[in-house]
Ligand binder design. Sequence first.
Ligand SMILES: Nc1ncnc2c1ncn2[C@@H]1O[C@H](COP(=O)(O)OP(=O)(O)OP(=O)(O)O)[C@@H](O)[C@H]1O
Ligand SMILES: [Mg+2]
Length: 391
Amino acid sequence: MSILWDRDVTAGDRYGFVLGTGLVRVDSAAALTRALSADPGEELVVVGPDIDIDAACGLTEGLRIDHASVGVILLRRRLDVTVLGQALRAGVREVVAHDDLTALAEAVTRSRELSFKLRGASGSVARAEGKVVTVFSAKGGVGKTTFSTNLGAYLASVGHRTLVVDLDLEFGDVGISLQMLPQATMVDVVKMSGHLDEQGLASAVTKHSSGLEAVCAPAEPGEAERIPAATVAELIRVARQVYDFVIIDTPPAFTEHVLTAFDLSDALVLIATLDIPALKNLRLTLDTLDLLGSPREIRHIVLNRSDAKVGLRAEDVTSSIKQDIAVMVPSSTDVPASINRGVAIVLDEPRHPVSLALKQLADDYLRHVQTDAPAPTAHTRGRLLPWGGRR
Ligand SMILES: Nc1ncnc2c1ncn2[C@@H]1O[C@H](COP(=O)(O)OP(=O)(O)OP(=O)(O)O)[C@@H](O)[C@H]1O
Ligand SMILES: [Mg+2]
């Protein structure tokens, strides 16, 4: 995770590849300090080539005391002995030519390794961060929004401070699914980019009667392109300092925003249904996650409409993806009916089979978070699965 201090709005694009998708750009020392306070786990600050050397060194000296494990890398247009001397005296870890992305990548790796060791040595990681759960399927209409809103409403109803973020920026329907009337949306978060804090986030949130809070998608589809992925990263970082759970609803595509969410997620709920296109898309999703280096143990596969008699069986899904299904959710017309009434079925009809399945998924994850043990799958819980006991 890194912060780029650079006044150039395009700098994030230039260095984003090297610094990672979780990059936050700030344009002042004050914003940088706020960003560091918002995320005590931050480990790297890169200072752009046009930031004054005295300002950069002043900030670095301050960080030595308050944020000892944060590394500072200075980018300069010219490397000369005077600059190097001043920077190193202030505690800058490395000075790199602004256009040498290979050298920057190497410096970033060295700095992160050192930060990791320093944190280990001082034991200074004292974060009680909330968990970020992204609900995704590369196929549309499989139940992502139904799951996001119901999981969120359930977690909120049992006392966990929970936020749903609607990353389906063009056609998001988290708000309408729960009959919320958003006073603010993701567009308002963009206005606070680089200096978003708890108060700013609170001003962009809409509250539901269940206690669930939501950052809703923009009202107009055209506004989606005004939302940079870096803003999403900043939003997630701030939100997990404030909430116990941050549930992210997604569009059916690997957008830049979705990849950012994946990068910052503690759990991925991947939804499958019993049809060949959904299964093909799930396999592609798993392959893509492998390529992105996303850990397998954070993936929870959910089979929605699991009782559909369509020729494909749950065991075909498990043998195709070579992974167990965490929970199976039956099909019921009560689900769209609940959405049409603007209520979460999990709260409105808590004994409904769909609600029981959703609660089972949430409760398993809660137990997993509390014990830090692997979440049980339907199989390891000892339930009789129709496909026997393959792991
Ligand atoms: N288990 C279920 N039984 C019956 N209907 C369901 C079930 N799960 C979801 N649905 C219905 O399927 C439709 C699509 O669900 P939802 O909007 O949650 O999908 P989505 O993946 O978010 O879609 P999109 O990709 O368009 O955002 C809705 O009408 C919803 O009520
Ligand atoms: Mg949806």
